[in-house]
Write a new protein. Sequence first.
Length: 378
Amino acid sequence: MVLKTFGWSFAVTALGLVAAIFYGGWTAFGIVAILSILEISLSFDNAVVNAGILKKMNAFWQRIFLTIGILIAVFGMRLVFPVVIVAVSAQLGPIEAVDLALTDKDRYQEYVTDAHPAIAAFGGMFLLMIFLDFIFEERDIKWLGWLERPLAKLGRIDMLSVCIALIILLITAMTFATHAHLHAGPANKAETVLLSGVAGLITYMIVGGLSGFFENKLEEEEEREHEQEEEAKRTGKPVMLLAGKAAFFMFLYLEVLDASFSFDGVIGAFAITNDIVMMALGLGIGAMYVRSLTVYLVRQGTLDEYVYLEHGAHYAIGALAVILLVTIRYEISEIITGLIGVVLIAASFWSSIRRNRAMAAAEGKAGSDDKTEVASGV
């Protein structure tokens, strides 16, 4: 199971590290390895959230997620995206931006640093909306009940998450963005942060709205398919399974979600290297493991067994959203960013284990009590 799920990740790791040696020797090998670990640690929460969505999709779309999806993730976010940042911020053509990334790495990094407030505002607002919609939703299973119960009651207020997100964006623009750090020193980027944050919010509402609409359609199709299967068993006729727009838009939602999670990895990578080739190799290897881990969580049913994992991942998303907004003005170590997500998910995992043990003990005790009653004739 492990080899089947992670086989491609192992192969890409080997090829990527060998390519790094040929490209820049053992120094490049070390940098690529560090970038891979950085990407995995920063994106583990991404895998957990992705698994919650991917488990609703059939095997075909899971394969699409691992093939076409990984091409988008690696070449789109980890290679093309840094170049697009420079092209837009420096008003350069795509070819000029690529040439700049390959020939003048220091200047390339300066352009990316200048674009960071816009990137952080867009990604931060997108991730913040995911977190807010999660904690304001009424759920049967609660991890931190003392916090989640009152928030679920507040969530009954229409558009509350949007209002809170806009308030946070306004505060960010009026505080952190007024002294954003660029390569040339502090600058006022309030307008840029506002526009980028609103764009992130709009993107979430459009993509999330479409995915939610078609997810409902998918559930209706599944009910219809179940009825058709029952009918087929009675009549002996074959069933034509439907693969509609629902799976496609859920796939699209996954890609946008992955892109938002990738912002911190791409930006964090510049703290280690400004070489676009090593960046693409390292982050690409890490992205493969995130994809494989997502599928592994789905196929093993880990989210069903460890019920608080999804909660921990969403709290990590909320922390990451806040960190992205804070980094508009202040530098935060990637180690801290990665550890926060790991600690929150590890805590939710441990809580899930304790819950399962407590339930098993309660069932065992109930079973022994039943046997005692039967033996005594009660």
